[in-house]
Design a protein around this ligand. Structure first.
Ligand SMILES: NC(=O)NC(NC(N)=O)C(=O)[O-]
Ligand SMILES: [Zn+2]
Ligand SMILES: [Zn+2]
Length: 466
């Protein structure tokens, strides 16, 4: 064999920033080294992608895989397998629900050890900002955290050493420190006093159904938290990323801040774009999350904002738990978090492209390109282009199917999307040129996912990988 490539992907419909084009892709040493209408083979193996839509590997910057300590909820093996099956080739794991949370360099390094040999795809790690750990932000940055995450409302775990929300002072000082490091602070933005008071009131009155839960976490709680965080960011110069935005009003506040020149981005989750509180009432606690599912008018508004370019990226916020914790009749008791890692890309292609006519190139930016840019991964990840890692996904746009429990690769196979029809399917996922998922055969045993270490730059500089 005499070829400049290890293999060629032939005749796929490649989703690129400027549109979708029928092209060949040459792969060598895990990278895309050429993209052209017709590549000379020279005898190397070829993968026939005719009829397939080829998306850049998905980048999901918001998942909770729960190791160490909580691997019985979800771990790197099962969580990363579900991501691979969903077309995600890079994920960023949140600093909580593991025990201990990722708030020191030592705990971050321990996570890397646990992921080693178990992660089907590449990954980055968030470090946590919480009270009492302000002086650990430097070491987390040094250990390669992709950014920092804080909760403005309770994260829902009650152990003494568990991750907990920031008080205003920690938030402000944390932003000061993170700005100095040139990092980004990701925020779960809900006003804790409002949501805990409303929850208490509802529980006391015995109002514990789906609509009662949603009403206990109103849009105002989100808007207030976003405004407060932006005030501190203005004072400190800290870059912000708002996770799982659920309301048009909060997004509008973020858009206004961007127009003033603030360095801030927003993420919206698949479930907030697709499911309503009426769905929560029908599906049950499998669809319980915080902020909660809202109504159809809010969803329509979110889609309009997405079309206007006011949503920067889509994440799953995969927050798994044992299925028993989703069984309670009382919506305040059940675990808050949606298992959604496996369907982010399919659902977005189905809803955004097939149903709403949003171009695939735009969908790919929301799923891959924009998160890569924002979190310093775009030298290697995020787009189908020569010089990038060979992370790509074959999508069959002709394949309709229904989500079934038996096909979920989560440790605990529940999802609010069970029973939902989807009009496209991930047929194969490649990470750095390796096949990490194929419909029919699943995820191979060998796990070669890499840790993507972000050395946090001074503001304005580019990140480099370790
Ligand atoms: N402890 C959690 O995993 N919380 C998560 N739960 C949700 N979203 O319901 C989150 O991201 O806030
Ligand atoms: Zn959150
Ligand atoms: Zn989360």
């Amino acid at each position: 064999m005499n070829s400049e490539f290890d293999f060629i992907v032939r005749n796929g419909n490649l989703v690129q920033q400027s549109g979708v084009f029928k092209l060949d892709m040459g792969i060598r040493d895990g990278c895309i080294t050429a993209i052209e209408p017709r590549l000379e083979g020279g005898g190397c193996p070829e993968v026939d992608a005719a009829g397939m839509t080829v998306m850049p590997g998905g980048i999901d910057v918001h998942v909770h895989l729960n190791e160490p300590g909580m691997g019985h909820w979800e771990g790197f093996r099962t969580g990363s397998a579900s991501l691979a099956a969903g077309g995600t080739t890079t994920y960023a794991d949140m600093p909580l629900n593991g025990r201990p949370p990722t708030v020191t360099a030592k705990t971050l390094h321990h996570k890397i050890e646990l992921a080693e040999g178990n992660s089907a795809v590449d990954y980055a790690l968030w470090g946590g900002l919480m009270p009492g750990y302000l002086d650990r932000l430097d070491e987390l940055a040094g250990a390669g955290a992709i950014g920092f995450k804080a909760f403005m409302s309770s994260p829902g775990m009650t152990g003494e050493d568990d991750f907990r929300e920031v008080d205003d002072q920690t938030l402000l000082l944390g932003m000061e420190a993170i700005a100095r490091l040139g990092g980004i602070l990701a925020l779960h933005a809900e006003n804790e006093e409002m949501v805990s008071a409303l929850a208490e009131e509802a529980r006391q009155a015995g109002r514990t159904g789906a609509y009662d839960y949603s009403a206990s976490r109103p849009v105002e709680a989100e808007v207030e938290a976003v405004k407060r965080a932006l005030t501190y960011a203005k004072q400190t110069g800290c870059r912000l990323h708002f996770v799982h935005m659920s309301s048009v009003e909060a997004l509008a506040v973020i858009t206004a801040a961007k127009r003033q020149g603030m360095d801030v981005t927003s993420e919206v989750c698949t479930h907030h774009l697709i499911l309503t509180e009426d769905d929560l009432a029908v599906i049950g606690p499998a669809a319980k999350c915080a902020p909660p599912l809202r109504n159809q008018a809010e969803i329509d508004g979110l889609w309009e904002a997405l079309v206007r370019g006011e949503i920067d990226m889509i994440a799953s916020d995969h927050s798994p738990c044992p299925t028993e914790l989703k069984a309670s009749e009382n919506f305040f008791e059940a675990w808050g978090g949606v298992s959604g890692a496996q369907h982010r890309m399919e659902l977005m292609i189905d809803e955004a492209y097939l149903k709403r006519g949003i171009p695939l190139s735009k969908v790919a930016e929301l799923l891959s390109g924009a998160p890569a840019d924002r979190f310093g991964l775009s030298e290697r990840k995020g787009r189908l282009a020569a010089g990038q890692d060979a992370d790509f996904v074959f999508i069959d746009l002709e394949h309709s199917y229904r989500v079934e429990r038996a096909e979920l690769l989560y440790l605990h196979p529940h999802s609010p999307f069970i029973g939902r029809g989807i009009d496209c399917k991930v047929m194969a996922t490649y990470c750095r040129g390796n096949l990490v998922y194929a419909a029919g055969s699943g995820v191979p045993e060998g796990r070669e996912g890499f840790f993507l270490s972000a050395s946090i730059p001074k503001t304005g500089e580019k990140k480099v990988f370790g």
